[in-house]
Design a protein around this ligand. Structure first.
Ligand SMILES: Cc1cc2nc3c(=O)[nH]c(=O)nc-3n(C[C@H](O)[C@H](O)[C@H](O)COP(=O)(O)OP(=O)(O)OC[C@H]3O[C@@H](n4cnc5c(N)ncnc54)[C@H](O)[C@@H]3O)c2cc1C
Length: 461
């Protein structure tokens, strides 16, 4: 069978695309969702059941539908939860919301497009002009579709040190992907932990460790030692700052600083940027974007991607009592003796090298700049010229309609990508409020194509 649409992926992007496609496709259409995650829709972010793993976006901004902002809040209330629009719900509840929303769209069978969830990993892809795209599945077999959306997420970043600086024996102390939560059960109560990266993933892991009874010291190492700020308990209204005369990063920062100096709440100023962030990014030259990634990224992350107030409070209490210490420095080496690992790092702003003695090293450097190296499918597609990496290596090249570009920069018809993979084009495209808009646009474009192609499509099928 040839499907009208194949979505590859099983996280939020894939599920929000499926929900949107079910709203806009004719009932004669067919969709295949190829995903290797048992909890379709929950992905890495929303499969947790730990109550301090909270959303970092208020409930009122987490609806799957941009034009129905109350949808998630109403769902929470229908589950008997007393929530306000500005509350930070648990990520586990959000996963259940996604599951229920999808289920509600799947219920009226006869009036909707057909959906097949294929539990498999797509390992290769073939495409001939004018013919459906073909995916090879690890479970065996192949699957064909006329329209394709790549929604594979970005995986987690590699260790921030080259392999030749790691003693091979030290690997048994290293947790390369902390989202495989199994590692937590191997940690002893008083084990010492060294975490690389000081962002949202680090905070999640610290709180998970404590919840599981860990009481040892935790040392956090990142290049700048910056930790995310909290959201205020009472949300500051977004402040609109006029950036029309500010075409480069330094000017933009100066204008924003001036607004804060004149009395605006900095959180409101940062939140006020949200509707303009993608356009600002697209207005920068490649060189400006690259400079922003080198010098501004860490600052952007801690101001823009803030955490729920009580999550911050729980983390800060551990810093205050000395359980967690955060260091700014550059990783130099990872060695080991018979029992523990030794992390050598150069203290930021000095030539002085210090060593952290630790039982576990946990890579929480996050997912930014993970590129495509995490995905054998994307690497293969890149090697055979079906897709190209974006110029900054953030993901794959797409145009403003999220159409995948070939290495010559031409858009591939009927071939889209969604989510953080498209950060080279959109920059802020990792969180729900941005992905849901992208998903709607892609779904509407595909629905137009499917409607146009229907008679021909039925003949092929
Ligand atoms: C811990 C965490 C917390 C977050 N919290 C928030 C939040 O509070 N608010 C917010 O707005 N955003 C949050 N985010 C951002 C989050 O990335 C997005 O909300 C969203 O989950 C991204 O979904 P995705 O589908 O693009 O990627 P992913 O969730 O990574 O899903 C991609 C899926 O595709 C599958 N896959 C990959 N390759 C293949 C293949 N070849 N074949 C088949 N399947 C494949 C993967 O196994 C995975 O399940 C958070 C992210 C993380 C990691």
């Amino acid at each position: 069978m040839t499907y009208d649409v194949a979505i590859v992926g099983s996280g939020f992007s894939a599920i929000t695309l499926t929900i949107n496609l079910l709203e806009v496709l004719p009932s004669t259409a067919s969709i295949a969702v190829i995903g290797d995650d048992p909890g379709f829709g929950r992905g890495t972010a929303y499969r947790t059941e730990f109550y301090l793993h909270r959303l970092n976006v208020p409930a009122a901004r987490m609806s799957v539908f941009p034009d129905r902002p109350d949808h998630f809040v109403e769902w929470l209330r229908s589950q008997g939860k007393a929530v306000f629009a500005d509350d930070f719900a648990s990520r586990g509840d959000y996963g259940l919301y996604l599951r229920d929303t999808l289920a509600s769209r799947l219920r009226p069978r006869e009036r909707r497009a057909q959906v097949e969830f294929v539990r498999a990993r797509a390992v290769a892809c073939g495409s001939v002009p004018g013919k459906p795209v073909r995916f090879v599945l690890d479970a065996g077999g192949e699957l064909e579709a006329r329209n394709v959306v790549l929604a594979l997420g970005v995986g987690s970043a590699g260790l921030p040190i080259s392999e030749d600086r790691i003693d091979t024996e030290a690997h048994r102390h290293i947790v390369e992907n902390p989202w495989r939560m199994g590692w937590l059960s191997r940690v002893g109560r008083d084990d010492e932990i060294c975490i690389f990266g000081s962002g949202l993933t680090m905070i999640d892991q610290v709180l998970s460790l404590r919840a599981r009874g860990h009481r040892g010291k935790i040392r956090v190492l990142s290049r700048r030692g910056l930790v995310p700020h909290p959201h205020p308990v009472r949300r500051a209204a977004p402040v609109a700052v006029d950036l029309s005369g500010s075409r480069d990063i330094s000017r933009i920062v100066r204008t924003l600083r001036r607004a804060v100096a004149e009395g605006a709440d900095w959180r409101g100023v940062v939140d006020g940027l949200r509707p303009h962030t993608q356009a600002l990014w697209q207005g920068l030259t490649l060189d400006q974007r690259s400079r922003f990634l080198r010098h501004g990224l860490a600052w952007w992350n801690i101001h823009r991607h803030r955490i729920a107030p009580d999550v911050y409070k729980a983390f800060d209490a551990l810093v205050e009592d000395g359980t967690v210490s955060v260091k700014a420095g550059f990783l130099q080496s990872i060695d080991t003796d018979d029992t523990v690992a030794h992390v050598g790092y150069r203290v930021r702003g000095t030539t002085h090298v210090e060593t952290i003695r630790t039982d576990w090293i946990v890579n929480c450097t996050g997912m930014e700049r993970a590129g495509i190296g995490h995905s054998p499918l994307l690497k293969e597609m890149c090697d055979c010229g079906m897709i190209a990496m974006d110029a900054l290596g953030l993901g794959i090249s797409v145009d403003r309609q999220s159409r995948v570009l070939d290495p010559e920069g031409s858009p591939r018809e009927n071939f889209f990508a969604a989510g953080a993979l498209t950060a080279g084009q959109f920059w802020e495209i990792t969180a729900v409020p941005d992905i849901r808009v992208q998903a709607r646009h892609i779904a509407e474009t595909i629905a137009d194509e499917v409607r146009l192609a229907l008679p021909a499509a039925s003949r092929i099928a």
